[in-house]
Design a protein around this ligand. Sequence first.
Ligand SMILES: NC(=O)C1=CN([C@@H]2O[C@H](COP(=O)(O)OP(=O)(O)OC[C@H]3O[C@@H](n4cnc5c(N)ncnc54)[C@H](OP(=O)(O)O)[C@@H]3O)[C@@H](O)[C@H]2O)C=CC1
Length: 268
Amino acid sequence: MFLEIRIMTVYGVIGVGAISAAIVRGLCRTDQAGLPPGVLLSPRNAQLAAELAQQFPTVQVAESNQHVVDGASVLLLCLRPQDARATLSALTFRLDLTVISVMAGFTVRALADLIAPVTDLARSIPLPAVELGEGVTPLFPSSPAAPALFGQLGTVIEVPDERTFEALSASTATVAAMLKYMETTSAWLAGKGVSAPLASRYVAAIFSGVLTPLQTAAAVDFGALSHEHQTPGGLNEQFLGVLEQAGMFRAIEGGLNQVLERLDPHQN
Ligand SMILES: NC(=O)C1=CN([C@@H]2O[C@H](COP(=O)(O)OP(=O)(O)OC[C@H]3O[C@@H](n4cnc5c(N)ncnc54)[C@H](OP(=O)(O)O)[C@@H]3O)[C@@H](O)[C@H]2O)C=CC1
């Protein structure tokens, strides 16, 4: 089924940036079966659009956003939320267009108003791993086109309602903080005289050693894993206790609630 969809589909992309480039690179991976699909890019961010068009023969840059809409069978909306309203209001959409949004915080209802008369609409939360075909992408609602796209880029999670979708979206806001945690550990090591490259490699190895085996797990008990990594009276237990006393984990819950409030003010 995917092969048929790949040959017939032209993906239009409005918002050529970090996440849409990862999607395009993922779709054009050489380990994919069959021909890559057609991709029509918005001309905005000309340098990245030109790079993608140069790298992949089925990728083209359109003259305007309206040409992207008109030439696409499946339109991907990958704009920053603050640019979406003005950009989409300037465009005309046809009834039989299929749209997939990756934009955080735009509800189905808000999007439907902006892209009327389109009704075939799905929201998605792709992460950069789609580039390697290793994404795990929540979808709501799930139209036929959305699992067909993200199934080529990893696996999909079809979410039953928009509240659950927004909660999953909020949880993705924790990545930069996790990387800052690792940077702090790495910089601390460098401050103790470990060379900076070795410090960063070592910290990456500590975490990838724990996380890589979890990639294919059906479910993960993080609490049990945390216990496994704490020898009673040991160093992990000591460090965890310091963070607990400092209120770090309550702060994580508070931060998630604030992000969710921003995504969906009616949920908390
Ligand atoms: N990055 C990620 O990992 C993820 C991002 N998302 C969502 O994807 C969306 C995009 O994020 P991201 O890729 O990081 O953002 P980027 O800033 O990398 O890309 C957005 C692109 O949209 C372009 N743009 C702005 N205005 C217009 C316009 N009027 N017409 C056409 N293009 C325009 C920008 O151009 P210029 O720079 O010139 O303004 C920029 O190239 C966001 O809504 C985000 O929530 C979702 C999941 C993961």
